[in-house]
Design a protein around this ligand. Structure first.
Ligand code: ASP
Length: 405
């Protein structure tokens, strides 16, 4: 049986088992089953820094020259930023129709400690690694990416025999990483079951019902964004049928849904995008690690829905100007969001602050954030692959034109 079916069956089984078991069985589940999920996550995490670093360096060196690198870099960033901004607008649109939170009494009991969100300047400063080894040890991915970009540029500029020796070395390292990831993925059905079971048993339907409108808005928004934007991108610019695209993505989407982490899904996303969507390895190695870190359409869409939700709960009418501000800060905040579970909730604080919405609203979202995270992470990684498909196709066209000229 194909691996994605196995993962899907594990997902369904975990939901059924979680609902049947309920919160009473939590001590047993936490003691015996949750650790298996933790082991699965650790196995994936073990590969994040090695795969991001080696594949980005290889991705850059295999592009060969600075001109091509610049062209692909610009295309990738442009697509990432545009799709993210569109995602927030779709979030607004869906929330504008579904009115989540309207008439909801402010739950006085809801409280949470709000961590201060970093300012935009702090996000930029934190991107530069003062000590790359330390960033790797802390799995701080954005600085690792910046370092990998510099190493890649350095190798290209050294060129010749010396440059080639090093790029061959990184190429072999990346190859080993991919092999290990394929092995780890064989355990995914068990890992997924063990990860989801405690979440379903703990939350059950009771926690979800009062906030069902927010969950539905995020889920519908994500589905719309995937159907409109990614199908559109894949078919119009990537010359790929949406059916092939989503079928090829199913395994990675399921892993994103259960792990709630773009970084953890990256290794699987790279494997699927190359093998199932036919994107060349050099493009995958460049576009996907970057996307897993800076391209978060799902997180941006969630910020749009949640800011409207919080405004509704507190009876605040957002002006067009405030909405524009949310699109801007939401796009930037999603770039600064780490690809780990729950990171979007902290960055949501930055967006709320930027338009003067009450930060206390975060407490309402916090209770269901894990569920929202599943949908947004799923969209986050799908967006990276859609851009990879487009960049791959446009590069093919460019190369054909160049060879004709
Ligand atoms: N969990 C998301 C991700 O890894 C980030 C977020 O919390 O929005 O893509």
């Amino acid at each position: 049986m194909n691996l994605s079916y196995k993962i899907f069956i594990a997902l369904i089984l975990s939901v059924v088992a979680g609902l049947v078991a309920g919160p009473e069985s939590l001590p047993f589940i936490k003691w015996w089953i949750a650790p298996i999920g933790t082991m699965f996550i650790s196995l994936i995490k073990m590969m994040i820094v090695p795969v991001v670093f080696t594949s980005l360096v290889v991705g850059m060196t295999s592009l060969g020259d600075m001109k091509k690198l610049g062209r692909i870099g610009l295309k990738t960033l442009g697509l990432y930023l545009c799709t993210t901004a569109v995602a927030i607008v779709i979030g607004f649109g869906v929330a504008g129709v579904s009115h989540p939170g309207v008439g909801m009494a402010m739950a006085g009991s809801a409280s949470m400690e709000v961590k201060a969100a970093p300012s935009i300047m702090q996000v930029f400063v934190a991107m530069i690694p003062s000590n790359p080894i330390q960033s790797m040890a802390k799995a701080d991915i954005l600085p690792v990416i910046i370092f990998a970009l510099f190493v890649g540029v350095g190798i290209i500029q050294v060129g010749g025999e010396k440059g080639k020796r090093l790029s061959d070395f990184f190429d072999s390292c990346a190859e080993v990483c991919y092999k290990i990831i394929a092995l780890v993925m064989q355990t995914a059905p068990i890992g997924v079951f063990a990860l989801l079971l405690p979440v379903v048993a703990q939350n059950g339907p009771k926690v979800l019902l009062p906030l069902i409108s927010v969950i539905a808005s995020v889920a519908v928004g994500c589905a719309l964004h995937a159907i409109i934007v990614y199908s559109g991108l894949a078919s119009a610019l990537g010359k790929m049928s949406p059916v092939k695209f989503f079928h090829g993505m199913s395994e990675a989407m399921l892993i994103a849904f259960t792990t709630c982490s773009s970084s953890a899904t990256l290794p699987i996303n790279m494997k699927n995008t190359e093998e199932k969507l036919g994107v060349s390895r050099d493009i995958c190695s460049f576009v996907l690690p970057l996307g897993a870190t800076i391209n978060m359409d799902g997180t941006a869409l969630y910020m749009g829905v949640c800011s409207l939700f919080i405004a509704n709960v507190f009876g605040i009418d957002l002006t067009m100007q405030q909405m524009g501000m949310i699109v801007l800060t939401g796009t930037l905040a999603s770039i600064g969001t780490a690809g780990v579970p729950g990171a979007g909730l902290i960055m949501l604080a930055m967006v709320l602050q930027s338009v003067g919405l009450p930060i206390e609203g975060l407490a309402l979202v916090a209770g269901i954030d894990r569920v929202l995270d599943m949908f947004r992470t799923c969209l986050n990684i799908t967006g990276d692959a859609a851009v990879a498909v487009v960049v791959n196709e446009t590069e093919k066209v460019h190369e054909t034109e160049e060879s004709l000229a």
